[in-house]
Write a protein of this length. Sequence first.
Length: 140
Amino acid sequence: MNFKKSLLAVSCTITLLATSALTGCAQKSAENPAASPTQSAVKSGEKEPITLKFLNGTDKFNPEEDYTRKLINDVLGVNLIPSMGNEPDKVNLILSSAQEYDMIVMSAKERNALGAYIRNGAIQPLNEAIDKFGPNLKNA
């Protein structure tokens, strides 16, 4: 039962962080468009595109027909790049090759792997980072 609560807490934290990243990044781009060094390549008046890369273990997911993905792209200007595949193998490859992903969605059936990732330090608690950098997340 405690593992289910822990899994739920981790899932909620990942969801909150993804949501805040989408919202925060969109607001930062609008507030200070000249802050990024790559802005010189973007025409004046245009926002630099934001890209979030995530792993989803669902095989039946079709990113071209996903309404939520299209809505996020159109409204927030955030390009979501989903990657699908055999979940444990793909996650192990991502972690061992230091690929940069913004979010990894893991299913409940992979709870043993999740525990191993936590024990090995691949997944870290976000409590201190949220206290320091995201106090507004607690108010949401």
